[in-house]
Design a protein around this ligand. Structure first.
Ligand SMILES: Cc1ncc(COP(=O)(O)O)c(C=O)c1O
Length: 392
């Protein structure tokens, strides 16, 4: 008789995992408060959120904007990165990490990732530096902080700027300091799938007052503080956040700390339980990471240790057991039609390619469930492993 649910057996679980976004009367009250105040536009709530979120990540200044993509673009503009400059980026990330570089007419150069972490490899970064390189955009992939000590040393040695793409790492800390507050600046996204969300939204964090003022100017149509309203100083745009978004984010922020802690506890628990299952490779965590926010729980699937069962079939079997999972990024960014058209067809980052073939992603909302639900994840993976012959 079949054991595996995909073959007609009983699934490990039939209840669903927590859904996302999480909201309650706090968001409702906050939204109605803004509505009734008639002050819907870029004011008190935005300023309050900027202050509170910057402080949550240990940064001095926060400049909100429409989304993370614009945040990255504005960061590069504010650092003076432009035509002809090269910016080193990882290929295993969302398109905005790279499109922001192209939008400011700079040139992205891909540095491969470290297969064990999914983050940019610092050795690869050093190898990609040319005399035109001006900046690095490390992505704290899935919330796992990059090796910021090494990146900082490289940046100092070669006079490079660091823009942290912290769009997965609200709450993560490297040696006690929040991600996004370590490089020259850092950018977060509050889009719907993110661990703190207002549907859309973003913020740039920095400890540099001048940089924060310039970023504010880019976000606010090129205006300058204490200057006439219709006087424009830089080629910015209207990239502002609304009071409604900020009000929701303030409500979301009241839960973020506890959620980060819960996900981290469950993530570490899963690591412990999965690390010895043949064919499963967990993500390596640097001892200098003092807090990790999980945007996804990611592991690598080694099909050779599952009788050569393709990853897609493994994921289908897991899903049938009641454990939703996905493959994540299907290929490195340089394989996108956009990049191929721009002449990136000869780029090769073997680790990023392996990661795209082997990764399995579980959503951050699943990590908000209880320990017994984590046990279901482990049980389902073990069940597929032990009954893989049914699928071969
Ligand atoms: C790594 C990374 N960088 C940048 C972004 C861009 O953020 P947004 O969607 O808010 O523009 C995202 C969003 O998915 C992301 O995952």
């Amino acid at each position: 008789m079949a054991e595996l649910a995909i073959k007609g057996g009983k699934p490990v679980r039939s209840e669903s995992f927590p859904s996302w976004p999480v909201w309650d009367s706090r968001e409702e009250k906050a939204l109605l408060g803004v509505l009734k105040s008639s002050k819907w536009w870029y004011g008190e709530k935005v300023a309050e959120f900027e202050k509170k979120f910057a402080s949550f990540q240990n940064a001095k200044y926060g400049v909100t904007c429409m989304n993370g993509s614009v945040g990255l673009e504005v960061s590069l503009l504010s650092l003076g990165i432009g035509a002809g400059d090269e910016v080193i980026v990882p290929p295993y990330t969302f398109i905005a990490t790279v499109s922001s570089v192209l939008k400011v007419n700079a040139i992205p150069g891909f540095a491969d990732i470290d297969l064990e972490t999914g983050n940019i490899s610092t050795e690869e970064v050093e190898m990609r530096i040319t005399d035109r390189t001006k900046a690095i955009i490390p992505v704290h992939f899935a919330g796992l902080p990059c090796d910021m000590d090494s990146l900082d040393n490289i940046a100092k040695k070669h006079s490079l700027r660091i823009v942290e793409d912290a769009c997965h790492s609200w709450g993560s800390q490297w040696k006690g300091k929040g991600t996004g507050a370590i490089g020259d600046c850092g950018v977060f996204s509050f889009q719907m799938s993110k661990n703190i969300t207002s549907g859309e939204g973003g913020i740039i964090l920095t400890d540099n007052k001048g940089l924060a003022e310039l970023a504010r100017s880019y976000v606010n149509c090129g205006r300058k503080k204490n200057k006439p309203w219709y006087e424009h100083h830089v080629l910015g745009g209207n990239y502002r956040m609304t009071e409604f978004q900020a009000a929701i984010l303030l409500a979301q922020l009241t839960r973020l700390g506890a959620q980060v802690e819960k996900r981290e506890g469950n993530g570490i628990y899963l690591d412990e339980k999965l690390k010895d299952i043949p064919g499963i490779r967990i993500v390596k965590r640097d001892g200098r990471i003092t807090r990790r926010s999980y945007h996804m729980y990611v592991f690598r699937y080694i099909k050779e240790e599952f009788g050569n069962l393709p990853r897609g079939k493994f994921i289908e079997a897991l899903n049938a057991e009641g454990i939703p999972s996905t493959i994540g990024y299907p290929y490195p960014l340089y394989k996108n039609p956009l990049m191929l058209d721009m002449g990136y067809s000869k780029v090769s980052c073997p680790n990023a390619e392996k990661m795209c073939q082997k990764a399995v992603w579980l959503s951050h909302a699943m990590l908000l469930a209880e320990r017994k639900d984590m046990d279901n994840i482990v049980e389902a993976i073990k069940k597929v492993s032990e009954n893989v012959r049914e699928l071969l």
